[in-house]
Design a protein around this ligand. Sequence first.
Ligand code: SAM
Length: 157
Amino acid sequence: MVRENEIRPSEVAVDAGLMFIGVIRTPWASRLVTPRQGRADGPVCRIEILDPWREALDGIEKFERLEMLYWLHLSRRDLVRQSPANDGTSRGTFALRSPARPNPIGTSIASLVGVEGSTLMVRGMDCVDGTPLLDLKPDRALFKPVAPPQASDFETG
Ligand code: SAM
């Protein structure tokens, strides 16, 4: 059943807005030495989940791959056109995966290596040590919804 804003008996809720829910620990201390994209055989990185979101990890160990969304906090945010090759030509920011963007959200598909309490060990990251985590979710290729929506879910009367 499609739902609006109700809370079900077994669910837990807190006040929410755009917030950082964790910290990404990587071997890279600066942007200059950080890979441009994560690799499946990259180093193990630690994803430290903060309160009150630790409980939100329940069930995460079932998934081999996770989609990570993080805030590239050291980026400039004012470039409309960029010149990655610095060769006199430029392209629009939205035609690039550059970290410089108006809302600097980075995404990576990471493989889950292990879970230790509220810390995840993953491979496949490409961000500086200390980068704030915005969200994580199962890779869509692995995720099976609880139940497919039915036509009756969308009836209003
Ligand atoms: N995989 C993500 C994506 O495609 O959305 C990010 C790709 S971005 C090209 C990765 C680069 O961003 C790194 O090589 C590094 O130069 C830079 N970077 C990494 N962490 C950053 C941070 N916290 N703030 C700003 N730039 C960062």
